[in-house]
Each structure stands twice: as C-alpha cells, then as structure tokens.
Ligand binder design. Structure first.
Ligand code: GDP
Ligand code: IMO
Ligand code: MG
Length: 429
C-alpha cells in the first residue's frame, strides 16, 4: 500500500508545502487531514509563487485529486475565496477537489469566540491565527452545537441548526463582552447556504473513496499542517494548535490505517522558527536572530506576523521524529544560514541543573530549559544554486551530518531555496 506522508518536525512553516509539491509528481491523491486555514503552505515554480491555506498543495497539479479529509475544520467562505483565487490565476481546479462530509464547519461564532477568549487570556494569549480553529475543534469535541459539511449542504438541516445555536452563542458572546458583536442568523444562513451550493458537488464520503483507491493501488500523499510541536496531545501545550499535527493525526484525521503509510518524511528548517506565544529555548533575541529573520523572510504566510527565530533545536526535532516514527528528514532553508562565522545546534537541555535529551512534558520545565549548544563552523558561500550534496561547502555538509546524527534519522533532501529547482536530493527521493 504505497502511501507517503509529510509532516513538520518543529512549530510549523518548515517548508512542508515545497516538499509535498516535489513529491506530488509521484502520487495520485494528496490529502489534508487536520487543521484548517491556519496553515499557509508556499510553493514556487515556473516563476510563480502559490500560497495554499486550506487546499491541499496537490491542487496545483492537474493529474492529482486533492482531498480534504474528516479531520480538517473547514471555513466554507475561506475555501471558496482560495479556490476563486486559483481560478482567477488560470487554475480551474474545483473539479479535482473532494471534501469530506464528515469534516466540521467553522462558523462566524467560532471566530468571535476565539477573539474574545484570546483577549481574556491577556498576556498568556496563545497567539492563534484567529481563524476559529480551536473553537471549532472544541465544538466538535462537545458535539452539541457542531455542524459538519454533510449538514451544511442540506439547506433545511443547516438553517435549523443555525437558528438553534445562534441564541446560545449570543449569550456566551455577551457574557464575554457586553459591548461585543451581534450574530445575525438570517445573514449567516444566507451566506453559508450560497457557499454550500457551490461546495455541494465536491462533497463526498472521502473515507470510503480513499480506502477503495488505496486498494486499487493508487499512491496517496498525506500533507501535514502545522508541526509536531504544535500537536494538541504531544506538543508544547497549551501553546499548540487544536489538532494532532504530528504523524499521530494521519490515521484519525483521514480514516486511512496507519500501516498503509510506507514512508514518513519529517521536514525541519535548518534553524527554528515559531509564530505566536510559548517558550522557545533556542530563540535568538539579538542581531543573529534578526539576520535569520531577514535572510529567511520569516514573516507568517497566514497572518504576516514576524516569526521568532532561533538555532536548530534537536531535542525538540528528535522528539518529533520519534513520536511520529519518521523514516527520514528533509532539511529546508539551509541557504538562510550562509554568511555566519559560526553556527550552533541545541543538542540537549539543562533543566534545573539536570541535563536531558528528552522533551519535558511539563510546561514549567520546558519554560526553564536552557539549550546546550554544539558549535559548528559556518560558511560564507551562497549555496542557493547548488543541486548536488558534494558541491556544498564542507562546513554546510558537516552541518547536515550533525543534524542527521542529532535527530537520529537519515537526510534525504536538502532545500536551498524556495523554488522547486533549488533542491538537493540525496538517494532516491
Ligand atoms: P509550510 O507551512 O511548512 O509549507 O512552510 P511555509 O510555506 O509557511 O514557509 C516556508 C517558507 O520558506 C516559504 O516562504 C517558502 O517559499 C520558503 N522556502 C521553502 N524552502 C526554502 C529554502 O530552502 N530556502 C529558502 N530561502 N526559502 C525556502
Ligand atoms: P503551517 O501548516 C506556524 C500556530 C499559531 C499559534 C498556534 C495556535 O503553515 O505550518 P491556531 O490558529 O492553530 O489555533 O494557533 O499555532 N500555528 C502555526 N504556526 N505554521 C502553521 O501552519 C500554524 N498553524 C497554527 O501561530 O501559535
Ligand atoms: Mg506555513
């Protein structure tokens, strides 16, 4: 059963989109299985840059079917806006998209609730993307007021649900902020029903379809969103997203058995970035951090926020690789590290005087973790045009070897620029 998966090993934005795009050629179906339009995956080829948020990256290639599986939370208005953007750019791709009727719908009250709750958290705000992701997943777990895509596309069912939910949500919003916004059930029903009319032809039981396709030998590619350290169960809680964004989410988000996955690739930046709140042991709050942000253009794809930058943390990435069982790693943005005299990689933490290579489970321990850094020679050359590993400066080769050793996995791809062509493949990719 030839399925491949690509997941992020850090706090998101590892260049999963680029790696998925490179692999798409060898696959028939690309599947998003968790998260929603909090993701921002960038792909560059043919002189154009594409930014995908809710749509699977496979949507850009005409030979591929793209699937939004049950574990994704879908904002129908955002979905159509994204599709329309692609159509306007000459990509009429709606015919190759399937959306699970089991996926949950992000509604306007989810966005408003999230804004109100983040405000209440004050200095402890998670720094979410404000797309209603966490509030929609909470609704799903609570079940009572949840709406699925299958409900959305049945006009009467959807209208009845909205009419029963809105008064309750209005009370909640008023309690959170008496001066806050008002929900208009009629307007929501009209807007979402119009979206539903366009979405209906794409809606299907994607689980049965995917299982059939798998049995017929079709090659599936699972596209992870966010990163393993943002996983709701295994990440740096509470500064996480609300889905299983490590490899652990593939089975429950898609309905495809875990043993169908033959190959799991973990993507890591050559350094670390984080958007939003939460401890970050290797963060560089200095000139070097600023240099990396500038060289890597580290501003969020979704929200435009400057990303926090720091040295590569192999305690964290090794943990991610182990919990997800990745077979190999892809190291991205190596070119961004060019021009430094020396570089550092975190190989252990010191927590309250104790040295460890394990990821602490308690938030307070993680907040107290001091990085133990390994020094590595830097290199000055521009490496963004190099396509063979042996042509990299020796110091850059040593850096890649050190990452592989410390994460404990072989490296089968090194990315040296955003374009498809700026890629070094090691072995049979
Ligand atoms: P994703 O969310 O994991 O798909 O990653 P993002 O697209 O949010 O962020 C990665 C950013 O780095 C995007 O702007 C990519 O175009 C860019 N990128 C990808 N690979 C490389 C690389 O090897 N070098 C450089 N300089 N940029 C890259
Ligand atoms: P991709 O797929 C980076 C972060 C947010 C915030 C936390 C919770 O592009 O790698 P949420 O809106 O999900 O409730 O926010 O998670 N976050 C991401 N950071 N890349 C992403 O996606 C992210 N999706 C969510 O910044 O800290
Ligand atoms: Mg991103």
């Amino acid at each position: 059963m030839p399925a491949t998966s690509v997941i992020g090993l850090q706090w998101g934005d590892e260049a999963k989109g680029k790696v998925v795009d490179l692999l798409t050629e060898k696959h028939d179906i690309v599947i998003r299985y968790q998260g929603g339009n909090n993701a921002g995956h960038t792909v560059k080829f043919g002189g154009r840059t594409y930014k995908l948020s809710l749509l699977p990256t496979g949507i850009l290639q005409s030979h591929v079917k793209s699937v939004i599986a049950p574990g994704v939370v879908v904002n129908p208005l955002a979905l159509l806006k994204e599709l329309d953007g692609l159509i306007a750019g000459g990509q009429d791709c709606s015919g190759r998209l399937m959306i699970s009727d089991r996926a949950h719908v992000i509604c306007p009250w989810h966005l408003l609730e999230e804004a109100a709750f983040e405000k209440l958290r004050g200095g402890e705000a998670i720094g979410t993307t404000m797309r209603g992701i966490g509030t929609c997943y909470r609704e799903k777990a609570g079940r009572f007021h949840a709406i699925r895509i299958g409900d959305l596309v049945e006009r009467e069912v959807f209208a009845a649900k909205v009419r029963s939910i809105v008064p309750v949500k209005q009370k909640l919003l008023d309690a959170l902020d008496p001066e806050g916004p008002r929900l208009d059930a009629d307007q929501i029903i009209a807007e979402y029903s119009a979206a539903a009319d366009r979405i209906r032809p794409m809606v299907a039981d994607t689980t049965s379809w995917l299982l059939d396709e798998l049995e017929q030998g079709r090659r599936l590619l699972f596209e992870g969103a966010q990163g393993s350290l943002l996983d709701i169960d295994h990440g740096t809680f509470p500064y996480v997203t609300s889905s299983n964004s490590s490899g652990c989410g593939i089975h429950n988000g898609s309905g495809i058995p875990e043993r169908a996955i033959q190959r799991m690739i973990g993507v890591a930046k050559a350094y670390t970035t984080r958007v939003g709140g939460g401890p970050f042991p290797t963060e560089l709050l200095n000139e070097t951090g600023e240099q990396i942000r500038k060289a890597g253009n580290e501003y969020g794809t979704v929200t435009g926020r400057p990303r926090r930058c720091g040295w590569l943390d192999t305690v964290a990435t090794r943990y991610s690789a182990r919990i997800s069982g990745v077979d190999s790693i892809a190291i991205a943005l190596l070119d961004v590290l060019s021009g430094h005299d020396e570089l550092f990689i975190c190989e252990a933490y010191e927590i309250n005087g104790q040295r460890t290579r394990n990821m602490p489970s308690r938030a307070s321990d993680f907040a107290a973790a001091k990085p133990v850094l390994r020094r590595i020679d830097g290199w000055k050359e521009d490496i963004s045009g190099i396509t063979r590993f042996e042509d990299l400066p020796k110091a850059a080769q040593m850096y890649v070897h050190a990452v592989s050793e410390l994460v404990g996995r072989p490296v089968d791809l090194v990315s040296v620029g955003p374009d498809r062509s700026q890629t070094i493949l090691i072995g049979a990719f």
